[in-house]
Design a protein around this ligand. Structure first.
Ligand code: GLU
Length: 308
C-alpha cells in the first residue's frame, strides 16, 4: 500500500517518427526524422519508430522496408521493435467501440456527392466542411457508410513548442470528422492517437503540415480519456513551386551514401549551424556532436522553407 509519500518517477521523455510507407524517404521526411530524433535524444529520451501503413490504398509494397534500411543507413538508432499500424486494427476497433458506447461518434450515410451538394463552408484542410447532416441520426432506410466524431463548438488552445500558441475551433474550422471510412479503413486521426498513447509517446515532433490536425487529436485523446502529449511542429521543406516535398510532387529519394552531407543539410534547414569538420566526420561522431548541440529554440517558426 502506498503511504501517500511515495513519489512516482516522472515518465521518460519519449518521441517517435511515424512515416507513411507511400514511397521512399525524401528530404522532407529526413527533416522530420532528424528533428524528432535529436529532440528526443538531446532530452535523454527514447525514440520510437512506427510505420503508418494504415491507409491500404496508399501503401506501396516494399516502401516500409526501404524506409527502415534508409534510416539505418543514416545511422538512426530507434528503441524497441518497429510498430506497424496494419497489425493493430483490433486496437483501433476497440477505441471506436468505446466511442460508440459513449455516444461520441455517429454513423453517417452521406456520399461525397451529397456532402458536396449540402456543404456551405470549407474546412482548414481545404476540403468541404461536413455540415452535420447525420448528427441527429441516420435517415430512414439508409445504411452507415462511415463513423464520425462529434466535435464541440469551442476553441482549442494549445502551446506548440515551436509555433507557439495555436487555436482552432473544431466545429467551425473542421467539422465532425471521420474515424472509420466508408471503405472500411480506420482514419489516420484515430490510429495515430491510439498508438501514440499505447506507446507512451509524450513528445511529438513532426511537420507543420500536421499542425491543423492537432486540435482534432487533442479532442480525440480527451474523448478516450488519454493523456495529451507535448507538440512541436517543424517547418516543412517545399520545392521552388512552393509545394511540400512528397511523393506526389516527385521529391527525389534520399541516399544514405550521402550520409553526413545530407544530415548536415537537414540540420541547417532546422536552423542548427553545422561546422565543416562536423559535416566531414564519421556518422557516429556526427550524431554525438548533433545530439550535444541541438537546440529546439533555433528551429525557424516559418511554415514552409525551400529545400536547397
Ligand atoms: N504518418 C504521417 C506522415 O507520414 C505522420 C504522422 C504524425 O507524425 O503524426 O505524414
Amino acid at each position: 500500500m502506498s503511504d501517500g509519500l511515495r513519489t512516482e518517477s516522472p515518465p521518460r521523455w519519449r518521441g517517435r517518427f511515424a512515416p507513411s510507407p507511400t514511397g521512399p524517404l525524401h528530404f522532407g521526411s529526413l527533416v522530420a526524422a532528424v528533428g524528432s530524433y535529436l529532440d528526443a535524444r538531446a532530452n535523454g529520451g527514447e525514440w520510437l519508430l512506427r510505420i503508418e501503413d494504415i491507409d491500404r490504398p496508399r501503401t506501396v509494397p516494399g516502401a516500409a522496408d526501404g524506409i527502415l534500411r534508409t534510416l539505418e543507413g543514416f545511422g538512426f538508432e530507434w528503441d524497441g521493435e518497429v510498430v506497424f499500424q496494419s497489425r493493430r486494427l483490433d486496437r483501433y476497433h476497440a477505441a471506436l467501440v468505446r466511442l460508440q458506447l459513449a455516444g461520441q461518434v455517429y454513423p453517417c450515410s452521406c456520399s461525397r456527392r451529397e456532402i458536396a451538394a449540402s456543404a456551405t463552408r470549407r474546412s482548414v484542410d481545404g476540403g468541404l466542411l461536413y455540415p452535420g447532416t447525420c448528427r441527429a441520426g441516420l435517415r430512414e432506410g439508409l445504411a452507415a457508410r462511415a463513423w464520425r466524431l462529434r466535435v464541440p463548438d469551442r476553441e482549442f488552445v494549445f502551446h506548440d513548442r515551436i509555433q507557439g500558441e495555436t487555436r482552432q475551433n473544431l466545429e467551425r474550422e473542421v467539422g465532425d470528422f471521420v474515424l472509420l471510412r466508408a471503405d472500411g479503413q480506420y482514419a489516420y486521426q484515430l490510429a495515430v492517437v491510439v498508438d501514440d498513447a499505447a506507446q507512451g509517446v509524450n513528445s511529438i515532433v513532426r511537420g507543420v503540415d500536421l499542425l491543423d490536425s492537432t486540435a482534432r487529436q487533442i479532442w480525440l485523446l480527451q474523448c478516450l480519456g488519454l493523456p495529451v502529449p507535448a507538440y512541436a511542429h517543424l517547418p516543412v521543406a517545399v520545392n521552388p513551386a512552393g509545394e511540400k516535398l512528397s511523393k506526389q510532387t516527385r521529391a527525389p529519394a534520399i541516399d544514405p551514401a550521402r550520409g553526413t552531407r545530407l544530415l548536415a543539410r537537414a540540420l541547417r534547414f532546422l536552423g542548427q549551424p553545422v561546422p565543416a569538420e562536423a559535416e566531414a566526420s564519421p556518422l557516429a561522431d556526427f550524431w554525438r556532436w548533433a545530439i550535444s548541440t541541438w537546440k529546439l529554440a533555433r528551429v525557424p517558426v516559418a511554415k514552409a522553407t525551400l529545400a536547397e
